[in-house]
Design a protein around this ligand. Sequence first.
Ligand SMILES: O=C(CO)[C@H](O)[C@H](O)COP(=O)(O)O
Ligand SMILES: [Co+2]
Length: 220
Amino acid sequence: MPNRIMPSILSADFANLQRDIEAIPGADAVHVDVMDNHFVPNLTLGLPVVQSIRRATDKFLDIHLMIEDPDVWAPGFAEAGAESVTFHAEAAKAPVRLARELRARDARVGLALKPATPIEPYADLLPEIDMVLIMTVEPGFGGQKFLDLTLPKIERTRALIGRTEADIWLQVDGGISTETIERAAGAGADSFVAGSSVFSADDPDAMVTALRTAADGVRR
Ligand SMILES: O=C(CO)[C@H](O)[C@H](O)COP(=O)(O)O
Ligand SMILES: [Co+2]
């Protein structure tokens, strides 16, 4: 099971996104946090900016939608060329239909869960998706502290994924550092979003390497 390091540009310089993306050549993906000030109390960027990012980089684009009405908006991000589009279970009105619409547009499908949302009600949805995103902070802001209370859910999700034959990634997002990544990897995560730890580092690409080394060092 390869580990993936996916820096979040939430902590990058929004006036220099191309420069900051080019500063992390070792990253497996660029994680883009779309917030609408309704699903979460913060406002970031939307489809036009993602379309510009698509033109600026060939990197795997991992879109994290923290918005109401993903059923309406999410397909447009797949049409913009994002390789992965993640919507929140708490926001989607028709998650099966939405997942199929995203796959029909050649995107991997992510299902995100806030810290207090259990995975079990969504177990039957696993064949329809390609990634589970477990929020390890309350969504809305970068720079928060990793919530250890999410570790048992990461373990239970890994067990559910293990019962399928499918290539479903298990992503964690929020408060990931060289210290917390070991606990998340130990619980079964294989895909790690890191914003502030990467972009506040003097050498962001060296931090990507350090995060990968820390995750790869965990015995599973
Ligand atoms: O989805 C998010 C916030 O809702 C961000 O991806 C996440 O918080 C990354 O930032 P940091 O690594 O600083 O916690
Ligand atoms: Co995110």
